[in-house]
Design a binder for this molecule. Sequence first.
Ligand code: AMP
Ligand code: MG
Length: 490
Amino acid sequence: MNFAFDNTYARLPDRFHARVSPARVREPRVVKVNRALAELLGLDADRLASADGAQVLAGNTLPEGAESIALAYAGHQFGSFVSQLGDGRAILLGEVVGKDGKRRDIQLKGAGRTPFSRGGDGRAALGPVLREYVVSEAMAALGVPTTRALAAVTTGEPVYREEVLPGAVLTRVAASHIRVGTFQFFAARGDREALATLASYALSRHYPEAVGSGNDALALLDRVIAAQASLVARWLGVGFVHGVMNTDNTSISGETIDYGPCAFLDEYDPEKKFSSIDRGGRYAFGNQPGIAQWNMARLAEALLPLLAGDEKEAVRVATERVQSFTGLFVEAHERVLRAKLGLVREEDEDLALAADLLDRLASNRVDYTVFFRGLCASAADSAADAKLASLFAEPGAFRDWAEGWRRRLAREDVSPEARASAMRSVNPAFIPRNHRIEELIQAAVLRDDFGPYETLVQVLSRPYDDQPEFAHLSEPPQPEERVQYTFCGT
Ligand code: AMP
Ligand code: MG
């Protein structure tokens, strides 16, 4: 297998990782190879999809040049600190520099036990693997920074959860797997040297343009805060609820990582949460910016010994940077909302216009994605308003708002067609709807039917294109199809 590995993380000191081999599994079978991504990584997709490829993707054979390791990290889970987590069911094979010049990790998720497995079996079930494949690839196509899915294979072995399920392995591709929790791991051990090594490593790997300021940790903190502010604004733009924004699931690269109990909004509701274990709604849709900032405070805390010569000054600098998240997020969110509304110029009242709309969507329980896609048509021709208004419990709620929106549009010199087309490039027709994901998982797990999975992957690779033959996949669930809860992938 032709991976051109160049493994920088494996060359970091021993306490950063544990050397470990993937477990052997009985009967690997390829479910899917992501051909476009394989191509980008300089890999031969046909070989990956072959019987030999299945052996590699299931962890039975290590490709030449792989140095398999499990990464050490800690993390705050639902607000409580756990000083040792680490890759308990994921094994990094190594890093590959793609045709675009970007370095990426290739990791097998569900590849067996590691020194960080604690009580877990190190395995993954087919359902969560397919969910991560579909949702992470949809996010990439939506233009949201994310880890990717290179392949999914079944292992031919059962995994034991509440029920017996088919085992599977996801090949995850990420800019890196360094998390806020990786810094917390060393901070909790008072290991200043490892912290400094990691900060410099992460800065040069993810933000090379910021190297050379004289304080890598501070430069890194700045970049990560900006990346997270922008990321969460994009989540809100497409209605994504991450579901488990623990600090160990917060990537330093600014990619969305860890698709466990994640979900997309159907009707707009800032208080919406899906995760069965998120009882208090800590990670509800509208809480995500605040939680991301909280996570940035934990990163700043971990980096404290490196931020300045004396502690008081370090605290001052850290506080100032964490507070800067608010402004960065608001700016990024305004950009997202303006684009969704078809506004090009910036005016002071834009945010109020958007906030008023969101209130009306929430109180009328309007489907977020259907509404904004419909708004693109209304921007081209007000004849489309009637259909949009009919989405509201109280149609006047839309008509009132639309008057103000049209007055605002009139102040911009953009043709209706050009505006509608720009809006269609930010307001998707297709998102990975929860009931469709449930459906494809059921078909695959219960009937060995991967048809619905294949179809959804294909449709979601072009989420901004109308695909009339797949219109049913853009529709909200019928009441009996609604998914109330999602579960962690474990
Ligand atoms: P997550 O909820 O996926 O972010 O995982 C939290 C922690 O639990 C991480 O340290 C994982 O490696 C670990 N973990 C999750 N599932 C398993 C499993 N099946 N076996 C071993 N460790 C696991
Ligand atoms: Mg995780």
